[in-house]
Design a protein around this ligand. Structure first.
Ligand SMILES: Cc1cc2nc3c(=O)[nH]c(=O)nc-3n(C[C@H](O)[C@H](O)[C@H](O)COP(=O)(O)OP(=O)(O)OC[C@H]3O[C@@H](n4cnc5c(N)ncnc54)[C@H](O)[C@@H]3O)c2cc1C
Length: 285
């Protein structure tokens, strides 16, 4: 059991981890990749850089700094989070638990542009297996996605029905564990069909009748986790109070995930302030 798990190894996540560790708490950082920072070729507006640095270099320095303090920084994709008394965080590699959790997952991006996806949202199109799976007991379902997150959503749905088709929408299947006998449709999707509710999915090769479609494209981001945990949002940004805590006790958020000024300086500051609040909470537990 960790005192804190931080999801995201960007400026917000690493900054928070330094404060938590230095206050004597057990902290685990889990990050899939370099996030937005890695896409940045040239940073020259951050404190202390006498010459421009690439985002990758700044990211590597941050991770090395955390590791030098003895913080475990795990490279993995978080596919699910559950909250009971504590937080349970799932990756393809395993499960970890913590007393507090920080979402520093960066900015949520719109992931799919499929005809019917928005117009049938809430009428057969769902973004949350744990929220809506129950309504589809014994029904025919499609899951759109090709990675670990899609497989995690799919495995949640197998509690309710066995009739599930995975649509990878032309993307290569990247999940490590693929259930034997899983029905997979690999070609690109043209539309999710239906007037009042979902009736099927049409790809460039065929139409498959369905009762519901669950969307789990790419990696689960802040708004996906928010949906599943009942976190309030402002659009795609997580809503936090002045202590950087969401409406879920013990669940904090920082950096681009909460919106505002989308810059490294603000992400680092958010991480530090969120850690300060987490430390205060951990001292009372
Ligand atoms: C092209 C570009 C150029 C930019 N240039 C500048 C600049 O010059 N100066 C500046 O100040 N800012 C710049 N920014 C903005 C800056 O990169 C961000 O504000 C900053 O990186 C936000 O930090 P963060 O820690 O909140 O999120 P990020 O840096 O995006 O980190 C998010 C972390 O969460 C992880 N993550 C997300 N989902 C999961 C999951 N399901 N499981 C595990 N890990 C997950 C990611 O892998 C990553 O480690 C730029 C951004 C872009 C896109």
């Amino acid at each position: 059991m960790f005192d804190a798990i931080i999801i995201g190894k960007g400026p917000a996540g690493i900054s928070a981890s330094l404060y938590l560790k230095r206050a004597g708490f057990d902290v685990l950082v889990i990050g899939k990749d370099g996030g937005d920072l890695e896409k940045t070729q040239r940073i020259e507006n951050y404190y202390g850089l006498e010459r421009p640095l690439s985002g990758k270099e700044l990211l590597d320095r941050g991770v090395a700094q955390a590791q030098a303090l003895g913080i475990e920084v795990r490279s993995a994709e978080v596919t699910a989070i559950e909250k009971e008394a504590n937080f349970t965080v799932r990756t393809e590699q395993g499960v970890s638990e913590s007393k507090t959790l920080l979402l520093a997952t960066g900015k949520s991006r719109i992931k799919a542009d499929i005809k019917g996806l928005e117009s049938l949202r809430g009428r057969g199109v769902s973004f949350c297996a744990v929220c809506d799976g129950f309504f589809y007991r014994g029904k025919r379902l499609g899951v759109i996605g090709s990675g670990a997150y899609a497989l995690s959503e799919l495995s949640e749905l197998t509690r309710f029905t066995k009739e599930i088709t995975l649509f990878t929408n032309g993307s290569p299947l990247t999940a490590q564990t693929i259930p034997e006998g899983l029905s997979i449709v690999p070609e690109p999707i043209l539309s999710i069909d239906g007037t009042d509710t979902v009736e099927g999915v049409t790809t460039i090769e065929r139409t498959i009748p369905l009762d519901g479609v669950f969307v789990a494209m790419g990696t689960a981001g802040a708004s996906d986790f928010a949906l599943k945990l009942g976190v309030l949002t402002n659009g795609t940004d997580l809503a936090v109070d002045s202590d950087f805590m969401t409406n879920v006790a013990g669940l904090y958020a920082a950096g681009d995930a909460i919106g505002g000024f989308l810059q490294i300086a603000k992400a680092v500051s958010d991480g530090a302030l969120a850690a300060k609040s987490m430390i205060r909470r951990l001292k009372t537990l």
